[in-house]
Design a protein around this ligand. Structure first.
Ligand code: SAH
Length: 392
């Protein structure tokens, strides 16, 4: 045990008391850290603010929650306790072929670490230098605790460059598996840990996929930005008459078709195309749908891109609303951190204005309970989903 301590300035201490978790070198009363490590953090009056993880990038301190006593635990003690608690919080979702986010960064008091479990395969995303250094403590604990066959690092994320970490995908434990099949609400999903999007799958949309299944009976369905057709296949399982999945990735759509066949689902059509171009064709043909799902990638990856992103969301939602048949439903999503709930609703409201029918907001959803939102860290509430209905 060591006792490295960092102190915040008076101004930063106020922010910390109000729940801020991330600090820059200006916020420190101590000299900036010269390496990534676990430290004890104190406010300007010497009061304990728990543990912190330092980095040598611009973002040089992230608070990592309370810890008993005055000391700094060694890294394996710290990660064992935090990982154990995160796993226990999800103990109901750990079936042999279940999929679940096990660790959701700051919301699990583990800044810079995400771990997704796909049955026997774990996919880990570390975005801080400290996590990178501690993989030799993290990975063996997870493997031993969960009995996992393999662990993959999906370190191909842009934020890693802020801590001078390489973008890479590599096997950390076990043997390489290209695909693993998991079950969600009784449907199969083929996850590609090395080559799929994000950590291989969009785990966060589980609640919206369940909602679509519930609403789909007897409806014609259009799944825009479908990836592996998770929404389209749930709609078919829920009794949709037909489902059309559109995505620019032909590879993802092949997986969609194969998963549908394996589950005995009929009525799936896939189109590998740019959604915006495809929507033009659909409109020209006068096609309408009883249920449209619109789940685009984040249009605003930074605050700077916000203006363009707002126009994008407004236009896309107007196009999607125009495709609704009478009484039709639209499930519309944004996963942009920078577009918060009220802002997204404003854009959707603007999209609905001027249409020849009225639109009601029937339900708001977000990511599932395995992606907890830390109340003082609004960035952790990145996924917003709205259920809209055309009123006739
Ligand atoms: N709905 C999916 C997740 C969608 S993620 C699910 O629940 O699993 C966004 C998807 O949009 C990705 O699969 C990506 O390939 C696709 N995409 C991004 N831009 C696109 C575009 N302009 N046209 C078509 N697809 C696009």
């Amino acid at each position: 045990m060591t006792t490295s301590t960092l102190a915040l300035t008076a101004a930063a201490s106020g922010f910390a008391r109000r729940g801020q978790l991330w600090f820059y070198s200006d916020d420190l009363a101590s000299p900036p850290p010269t390496r990534a490590q676990l430290v004890r953090v104190r406010d300007a009056e010497g009061r304990d603010l728990g543990l912190g993880i330092t980095g040598t990038g611009k973002l040089c301190l992230r608070l990592a929650g309370p810890w008993p006593g005055d000391d700094v635990p060694d890294r394996s003690e710290f990660f064992t306790a935090r990982l154990q608690a995160a796993i226990e919080r999800r103990s109901a979702s750990l079936g042999p072929d279940a999929a679940c986010r096990l660790v959701h960064g700051e919301a699990d008091l583990l800044p810079g670490l995400v771990v997704d479990r796909y049955g026997p395969v774990l996919v880990l995303q570390g975005t801080s230098a400290y996590v990178e250094e501690c993989l030799d403590a993290i990975v063996p604990f997870l493997v031993q605790r969960l009995g996992s066959d393999s662990v993959v690092a999906r370190h191909d994320v842009a934020v890693r460059r802020f801590e001078n970490l390489p973008a890479e995908v590599r096997l950390l434990h076990g043997s390489r598996v290209e695909t693993v099949v998991v079950q969600e609400h009784g449907l199969r999903h083929t996850v590609r840990p090395f080559t799929g999007h994000k950590t291989g799958f969009y785990l966060d949309q589980a609640p919206a996929r369940a909602l679509v299944r519930q609403l789909a009976k007897g409806r014609s369905v259009l799944d825009l930005f479908a990836y592996q057709g998770g929404f389209a296949r749930n709609a078919l399982r829920g009794g949709a008459v037909a489902a059309l999945a559109v995505d620019q990735s032909a590879e993802a759509l092949q997986v969609a078709a194969a998963d549908a066949r394996a589950d005995g689902l009929e009525g799936l059509t896939t189109v590998a195309a740019d959604v915006f171009e495809h929507l033009r064709t659909v409109r020209q043909d006068g096609q309408q749908f009883d249920l449209v799902v619109c789940d685009p990638p984040a249009f605003a990856k930074s605050r700077r891109e916000l203006d363009g992103a707002e126009t994008g969301y407004r236009d896309l939602n107007r196009l999607a609303l125009r495709l609704l048949a009478p009484h039709g439903l639209l499930v519309t999503c944004t996963c942009s951190h920078h577009v918060d709930g009220p802002r997204f609703e404003k854009l959707v409201r603007q999209a609905a204005a001027g249409l020849p029918f009225r639109v009601v907001l029937r339900q708001r959803l977000g990511a599932g309970p395995d992606h907890p939102v830390l109340l003082t860290h609004p960035e952790s509430e990145y996924l917003k989903v709205l259920l809209l209905q055309r009123m006739d």
